[in-house]
Structures are given as C-alpha cells and as structure tokens.
Write a protein that binds this ligand. Sequence first.
Ligand SMILES: Nc1nc2c(ncn2[C@@H]2O[C@H](COP(=O)(O)OP(=O)(O)OP(=O)(O)O)[C@@H](O)[C@H]2O)c(=O)[nH]1
Ligand SMILES: [Mg+2]
Length: 293
Amino acid sequence: MLPVFVFTGFLGSGKTTTLLNCAREHFSNRRTAVIVNELGEVGVDGKLLKNAYSEVLELPEGCICCTLHAEFERAIGEIREKYDPEVLLVETSGGAVPFPVVISLQSLGFSVEAVICLIDSKNFDRYREDSTARYQIGGSNVLVLNKSDLVSEERLVELEREALDIWNLYRPVNAFTGEPYYTKVKVYKTSYGRLPSEVFEGSYTLPELRGLVEHPSHGFKHRVANLLTPVDYEELVQRLRSLPEKVIRAKGIVRLKNHPYPVIINYSFGHIDSPIEIKDYDGPSFLVLIESL
Ligand SMILES: Nc1nc2c(ncn2[C@@H]2O[C@H](COP(=O)(O)OP(=O)(O)OP(=O)(O)O)[C@@H](O)[C@H]2O)c(=O)[nH]1
Ligand SMILES: [Mg+2]
C-alpha cells in the first residue's frame, strides 16, 4: 500500500513549512507527490511548493471534506498515473478537519502513516476555542508544538498539557460503540516543522478507520484581492498592520513598485515575514485574506 502522511493544523500554524522541510529532509530519495488543498481562490501554497520542490496537485475547489470524494479521487488517480509516487504528502486546509480525508484516503487504498497536527505555539491562545482547531488536534496522532522559537520552555510544557487535554476530548469516536478510534498520540516540540525521522518510519500508522463522525462547519471567510498595479511595499505593510483583528491570515504573491520580481507575502496573526522573491513567476498579483466569522 502506498504510504501517505496527512498534515493538518489551524490557519498559519506551519503546515506548508513542515511539509516542505519534511519532503527535503526525509523524502529526498523517494518519488514524493504532494497534494495541497487551498481554500482561497488562488492556491498560494501550491505556488510556493512548486517553486521550492517537486510535484504539486492543487485542489482549488473548497475543502476536501466538503466537495469530497469525486474530485479528490480523480486528483489522486491522476497523480498516481503521472508520477507513480512512492509516498504521498497531503496538506489539508487550515479551516477543515482531517478525519474525513483520512477515511477517504484509506478507502482509496492508502496506508495512512500518520496524521500530523501543527500547533502554533505562539498564537494558540487566539484560536484554542475554535472547534475546528480542536477537532484537528483530536483527529491527529502526532501533535507538533511548532514555532517553539517564539515561546518559553515553560509555555511549551503548558501547551503540551493543554493539547493533550483537547486531544482526549476531541478524538473521533466510533458512532456505534462510542469508543475512541485513536488510542495513542505523540507530542513533538519544534520550530519550522523540523521533525525526527521516527515520525516517518511507520511508528504511527493508523489502523483502518470506518464510519464518519460529526465535523464542524467552517467559520472562515476567504477574500482575494487582485492587485492590478504594482504596490508600494511600505504602504502594503501599513495596510496589513491596520487590518481588523478578525483577519487572521493574509498570503499571496505581490508585484512591488521599484522591484524587479514578485514577492511572497506571508502574514499571520499580526506578524509579517520578510518577503521572498520569486523570479520565475508570471501569474497574477494577489493577496488572499482569511477572516474568522
Ligand atoms: N517563527 C516561526 N515562524 C514559523 C514557524 N513555522 C512557520 N512559520 C511561519 O508561519 C507562517 C505560516 O506558515 P505556513 O507553513 O504557511 O502555515 P500553514 O499552516 O501552511 O498556513 P495555511 O495553509 O494558510 O493554513 C509563515 O510566515 C511561516 O514562515 C516557526 O516554527 N517559527
Ligand atoms: Mg499552507
């Protein structure tokens, strides 16, 4: 059976970063296919991955758990035919729960080797009450306290306890027996999603799961700003800084005034990354803004 690793976690928690790091670190000698599932109209992560690494198949329409199987199955069929991968990495949407995807993958004949949930250690307090975020934790068997560079050791210890409490409460249960499906979970503390190889060596392979559990509706709105003319960087930063608090995430590829190449803009919870140039991009200039409802 083809192994698959599923990456879940709240908006901006570090899924793409982790997936890319792990692809380079642990799968560089295997034919690796990547599926990202972008909620916004434009697949920013798809572009990021394409520039940084290997093959990407984007699922632009909605999230896997809603539009569900037909498109997902078609995408998987295509990816298998084209690349004949030895391993598949799937990033699920930050606004969706992973459990339906796991079941879907298993029913397509994949061996789910781990469901890895990224937790944003710095911003966890700001989204910890969100039910999707809780189901993401509960629906995983590897929890990663990411962005450990931005918080203290003591805070990480607290977070670990809190994450495990949530995991216990939000584990998917068999709808008939009431028994939790997952019996074990492992917690890692790291930054930029650097994980030890043991995560990828089959220690966390899930048994086959059956039956669907309830999952929450999505509480996010995505808007895409198409930027028709190049923008001034300072002005853009000003605007990002003055976004209303409910806009928790912005990302995109933007053409700047007085700058030869478009840049990747990455903003989460008030923090703006230094922009990264992409030299061979000739697509539109845009920003996706994600706000909580
Ligand atoms: N300081 C710090 N920043 C990080 C770390 N991991 C990721 N980031 C930054 O956090 C932001 C979001 O990271 P992504 O990997 O794009 O997050 P994501 O979960 O894929 O985001 P969505 O797909 O939009 O839900 C980016 O600006 C990253 O550079 C980390 O460990 N430490
Ligand atoms: Mg991402």
